[in-house]
Design a protein around this ligand. Structure first.
Ligand code: PAF
Length: 287
């Protein structure tokens, strides 16, 4: 496995691999790899015979410097995990290699970034679109694989890749969950044992709404209230939002749901000083 740390070295690697007739898929990450990331890598192999994992904790997308400082960085474990699963190259640039002293350009997302996570995390999605553009430019993949846990991020990246003619296929991979339903996240290790137990309320609440949807419920207010009430009743959870949205446009849905539209329920809540997000898609063909 090769480890590259500068954009120029990464581009040379990819050009050589492409010239050899290989297909490249990239899995962008911020490291602290868990089983969810490894599933993204497995799915990447469905689309390519050479997989690159990028590991970069991107300062531009953290709106709180304390969150950036606390973000786990177990780089040796991450490299071992990548090697074991057959990754061809890890791109782990330094912050200086990514953002030199004269750096000033940003990729600005559109209205998809203005709702849900957007108002809660000012500047976050602009940081994501900027770094994803740089990671795609450095790795020059045919396919880029992202997790559906960051549902809004995936929608924004898809839009950006289309709008800017990036020429990369974007593949979304369903959320990987712990046996008790908690969505896998690098932030989970920071939960106290009590908060870790309490955090299962997110998936329980979303699944409860999905069961009602499967049983025929189509009233948007009811489907939103079921998870809101369950999460609000958990004393260790501080709920930020539960939203029922059109899965493609992220526009809020009201009234009676139209079965021809994909619908998704998204939530964010704090457990102590850890902020978690989760989502489920309601339309059967999206699962
Ligand atoms: O989802 C993530 O881990 C990050 O937002 C990403 C896409 C790697 C960009 O830093």
């Amino acid at each position: 496995m090769d480890v590259l740390t500068t954009p120029a070295d990464m581009q040379r690697w990819s050009d050589r691999v492409r010239a050899g007739g290989h297909r490249i898929a990239v899995v962008p990450t911020m490291g602290a790899l868990h089983a969810g990331h490894l599933t993204l890598v497995e799915r990447a192999f469905d689309h390519a015979d050479r997989v690159i994992v990028t590991i970069f904790v991107n300062p531009l997308q953290f709106n709180e410097s304390s969150d950036f400082d606390r973000y786990p960085r177990p780089i040796d474990d991450d490299l071992d995990a990548c090697e074991r699963i057959g990754v061809a190259a890890v791109y782990a640039p330094t912050a200086a290699a990514m953002y030199g002293p004269a750096f000033q350009t940003r990729v600005v997302p559109g209205p998809l970034a203005d709702r849900l996570e957007g108002p809660m995390r000012p500047g976050h999605f602009e940081g994501v679109t900027t770094v994803v553009t740089k990671l795609l430019n450095a790795t020059r993949p045919h396919t880029a694989v992202f997790g559906e846990k960051d549902f809004q991020q995936l929608a924004i990246v898809r839009r950006m890749v289309t709008d800017l003619d990036v020429g990369v296929d974007v593949v979304g991979v369903p959320i990987v969950r712990e046996p008790d339903g908690l969505a896998m996240s690098s932030r989970n290790v920071r939960l106290t044992p009590d908060d870790r137990d309490a955090a299962t309320v997110l998936s329980r609440a979303l699944f409860a709404a999905r069961e009602r949807f499967d049983a025929g419920e189509r009233d948007a207010a009811v489907l939103r209230r079921i998870p809101s009430d369950l999460i609000a009743a958990e004393p260790r959870a501080s709920l930020e939002y539960v939203e029922l949205v059109d899965a493609a446009t992220l526009e809020p849905l009201d009234g009676t749901l139209d079965d021809t539209l994909g619908a998704a329920l998204l939530t964010a809540a704090w457990f102590g000083d850890v902020r978690l997000i989760d989502n489920v898609q309601l339309s059967a063909d999206e699962r």
